[in-house]
Design a protein around this ligand. Sequence first.
Ligand code: AMP
Length: 278
Amino acid sequence: MTILRSISELRDWRRSLGRSDRLGFTPTMGALHDGHLEHLRRLEPLVDLRLCSIYVNPTQFAPEEDHARYPRDLARDAALLEEVGCDALFFPDDRAMYPEGYATWVMVEGLADRFEGEHRPAHFRGVTTIVCKLLNLVRPDVATFGQKDAQQLRLIERMVEDLNLAVEIVPIPIVRDPDGLAMSSRNRYLSEGERSRALSLGRALRAAREVLAGGGSRDEAERVMRQRIDPGVELDYCTIIDRQTFDEPTDRSRELLGIVAARVGATRLIDNMMLTSD
Ligand code: AMP
């Protein structure tokens, strides 16, 4: 695997590819787990070459958030990427991505203000800006984004459409640990007790799905979902929305998505699940 540590190295590598080579791209913040590796596995049949980026983007973290202590382990991550046959790793630094005088931001209006955007102001401005920059630098044919970050995925799909970016976005389903916890680089912060409380997020989503499958109403499903959340968990939101619009479901909503965000001790976790499909 080629490790590209600067923008010029990335550009040289990109230029060295054949014109007919299809390039797949998975952007990450590192501390890789099986959820990330699943993106690269799913890319394999779709493209000729795969590039992963690791960059802990400072502009998507609020000052009180965990940017400084976000787990970083390049040697381990590189070994995992080698194992799945990734062709290149782009590992830029802050000076390359945000040189002095940096002043340009990409913002998706509306959806970016709700749910995650409400609880983490400026987060999505950082996300859409860095993803736009990375897509411009890498110029992939296909890029993967996880359903784990459902709102982020929706925003990126919107941005790609609105800015006419020539890339196909491939959503990747959530990979969970055997106990049902959605894999996250932040799970390593959880104590044993916190982890068992965190399991109530996935349980709540599954319970809501069962209520709807049994013919229950959306209100009932939402009530059951909230009841199943461990009382030791501090909820930011726990609700059922229309998967396409992220609005309250209407009679015409065909796909309902359960979304939940909560603080478990000092760690903030998010999870979601498709509750219906037509
Ligand atoms: P991150 O390193 O947290 O920025 O995540 C990089 C990409 O991996 C994003 O597109 C995430 O949505 C995705 N991702 C994170 N966790 C999972 C998971 N458990 N299953 C599948 N994809 C994931």
